[in-house]
Design a protein around this ligand. Structure first.
Ligand SMILES: Nc1ncnc2c1ncn2[C@@H]1O[C@H](COP(=O)(O)OP(=O)(O)O)[C@@H](O)[C@H]1O
Ligand SMILES: O=c1ccn([C@@H]2O[C@H](COP(=O)(O)O)[C@@H](O)[C@H]2O)c(=O)[nH]1
Length: 206
């Protein structure tokens, strides 16, 4: 397929990646398909739930990143894919898949997407959504309790033991690969308008 542009949207957990991706989607509508790295979490369905909740979900080994890379390549070639579906409440992959058709704009969203050079090299524009750690933690607590079936204690425990130290190892050091760093995420209208303008320029150039 001609004129495919792949945009990476990274940033720490609860920094506003999905909000920024949705703003781009609002502009380009059906020309956009969103692939989240989180869809590609490994299922670990051989382990019982009480073991799965203890795993480190902020390490590169928690993902089937090769499948995401293969799926992006297929979409770029004009081939549809069946992407996996992940459940944060079940801590595993569901049995269903979702068909994704090739689109002009593919957004790849995830906190660890710049850590893998093969994945990084597939992207035409790399965005990093920046937010202070305390703001992200507050948002994560609210979201995980409301939407991901967590207790306050479990969110704080996971954040302290894995999310925060892994962020320092696998997210923050890779910010240097971003083309644009967006503070205030989805609220930053000027940055988002500039990004939309750049996407339009690339699409009309090809
Ligand atoms: N700029 C912002 N100010 C305040 N809250 C925000 C902002 N951006 C996102 N949020 C909220 O924070 C939570 C996480 O945002 P989301 O975009 O899903 O982040 P991510 O995809 O990086 O985890 C959501 O509840 C969202 O509504
Ligand atoms: O089963 C799971 C899988 C992942 N997580 C946590 O989710 C965040 C990533 O989601 P964002 O939307 O980017 O915040 C990651 O930090 C994992 O710790 C989980 O809790 N359970």
């Amino acid at each position: 397929m001609k004129n495919v542009i792949v945009i990476g949207v990274s940033g720490g957990s609860a920094s506003g990646k999905t909000t920024v991706a949705n703003r781009i989607k609002e502009e380009f509508k059906d020309s956009v398909e969103l692939l989240s790295h989180d869809f590609y979490y490994l299922p670990y369905d051989d382990l019982p739930m009480e073991e799965r909740v203890k795993l480190n979900y902020d390490h590169p080994n928690a993902f089937d990143t090769q499948r995401l890379i293969d799926d992006i390549r297929k979409l770029k070639q004009g081939i549809s894919i069946d992407r996996p579906v992940y459940s944060y409440t079940e801590y595993t992959r569901l049995s269903e898949t979702v068909k994704v058709n090739p689109a002009k704009v593919i957004i790849v969203e995830g906190f660890m997407i710049y850590e893998n050079s093969e994945l990084r090299d597939l992207m035409d524009i790399k965005v990093f959504v920046d937010a202070d750690a305390d703001e992200r933690l507050i948002r994560r607590i609210i979201r995980d309790v409301k939407e991901r079936g967590r207790t306050l204690e479990s969110v704080i425990d996971q954040y302290t033991k894995t999310a925060k130290p892994m962020h320092e190892l696998f997210v923050e050091p890779y910010k240097k690969y971003a083309d644009i760093i967006i503070p205030r995420g989805g609220m930053n209208k000027i940055a988002i308008d500039m990004l939309i303008h750049q996407i339009k320029a690339i699409l009309s150039d090809e």
